[in-house]
Write a protein that binds this ligand. Structure first.
Ligand code: C5P
Length: 223
């Protein structure tokens, strides 16, 4: 049985400044979120694509064969709404969560993340991540560097993220959804074990206008 996917697309996109939801911004002639939908359609491990959309705007999400779910106030609220919709109709063991803001996700990364979690009973989640290439410092009071972190132990967290449904449900029920930027962090806080799988360098997130230009360039190059 395939794994259901939840693409979260309910953000306002304020930092992109497009005057509307980021997920609907045009990228090479199509809405941003549709690139992720395409990748999930092509992934052999996936069965069923749910998309969390801005409240009242489901009509604008016209990709065929998707189930739209009303998003929430924060990203984790959108994930919680999506998970409720997914589990209302079935009882999957795993679920994949992905940001619509990462249009370069590949079917092979999705399939590898699902297979990786299926193969490791000791893990509650497996998340895409990239090695950190910059040196990272923690800045303390008055802008003074307090600490230089060991770069070799750091990764930058991305999506897709694959979860055991029961663990994610527990983490969302007990966690602080308002301040979470990452559902895996909620799973960690709930005592879960989270593994990482290295993402290809092109799996960028669209946040500001220049990211959109880079994403368009990379999509063209990949064709
Ligand atoms: O704002 P940011 O880029 O970190 O959001 C990551 C993803 O979470 C985006 O795809 C965005 O649409 C989604 N999101 C959501 N519901 C919210 C806020 C963000 O689905 N309330």
């Amino acid at each position: 049985m395939g794994v259901p996917a939840l693409i979260v697309a309910a953000g306002s996109g304020q930092r992109l400044g497009a005057g509307g939801p980021k997920a609907l911004v045009g990228l090479r002639g199509r809405p941003l979120y549709s690139w992720s939908v395409d990748a999930f359609r092509k992934a052999d491990s996936i069965d069923g694509i749910f998309v969390a959309v801005p409240p009242g705007q489901a009509d604008l999400f016209t990709e065929p064969d998707i189930v739209t779910v009303e998003g929430g106030e924060t990203r984790s609220h959108s994930v919680a709404n999506g998970l409720r919709a997914i589990t209302a109709g079935s009882s999957p063991e795993l679920v994949v969560v992905h940001d619509a803001a990462r249009p370069l996700v590949t079917p092979s990364l999705i399939d590898a993340a699902v297979a990786g979690l299926e193969a490791d009973a000791g893990l509650d989640a497996l998340i895409a991540a990239a090695p950190v290439t910059d040196t990272v410092k923690r800045v303390g009071h008055e802008g003074i560097v307090a600490e230089t972190l060991d770069r070799s132990a750091l990764v930058s967290v991305q999506t897709p993220q694959v979860f055991r449904v029961e663990m994610l449900r527990k983490a969302l029920a007990s966690g602080d959804l308002a301040s979470a930027t990452d559902d895996a962090a909620l799973v960690e806080a709930a005592g879960g074990s989270v593994g990482v799988i290295e993402a290809p360098s092109g799996n960028i997130k669209v946040t500001v206008p220049s990211d959109l230009e880079l994403a368009a360039f990379l999509l063209e190059k990949n064709q």
